[in-house]
Design a protein around this ligand. Sequence first.
Ligand SMILES: [Zn+2]
Length: 267
Amino acid sequence: MKTRVCIFLFMTVVNPLSLLCYQPNFLWNGKQCAVVLTYDDGLVVHLTNVIPLLDSVGFKGTFYIPPSFPDFQRHVEEWKRVAATGHELGNHTLFHPCNSSLPGREWVPMEYRLECYSMKRISDEIELANFILTTLDGKKSRTFAYTCGDRMVGTVSYHEVIEYNFPAARGVGGNGVTYAEIDKYNIPSVVVNGQSGDELIAHVENALQNNHLVVFLFHGVGGGHAYNCSLDAHRALISYLNQRKNVIWVAPLVEVAEFLKQKVLVR
Ligand SMILES: [Zn+2]
């Protein structure tokens, strides 16, 4: 024991920088990694199965809502209350257009084929969705999630519309990323569909090891959508995050975007 103490003292006196080797890297708002919990499409199960659990441990999520969806409209007063308690209402366009020419997209209504939109139409739809969400939460800033992960109208990217209106945008698919790797206008996300709690937690463990930002993309939780996460798996992930609050920063994407903006300003 004496020898170990002597070695430690020798290292720190001779080379104070060696102390840094014992420090984890607290890049993310003073934590080792950042986790964003996002939930798409304004589903009723988010109100019943997700928000009470997040609130019980003090986590705030990002909920991407297309205001034209009837389920959202039927529960608009509840969503107002959700926003008032600090959850983010994210923009997910008005009518949720997607590119119908891709495989498995037969369900896209003719009127909302993204490949047939003009730049003006997608811009109007996104700005009107922002206006509606602002009437609910009073917020001037929120993030965007690409519907079906599609980022083109016809053959042209609509990134300029997104960069003009939002501090950041979430993509569909991918894993955790380091601070240096982040493309703020296409942040990757882990698409959740059928994984176990352990599989979801493995993404966070990886983020802890590598100082990553990891964004989860949920649809159904305990049902409510073809893409589903079981209640058990969701609860296991939230419980894991809650037990490691001291090293994991859990925040809505708009807060992470604001943090990234500040980091750029102080660089
Ligand atoms: Zn969606």
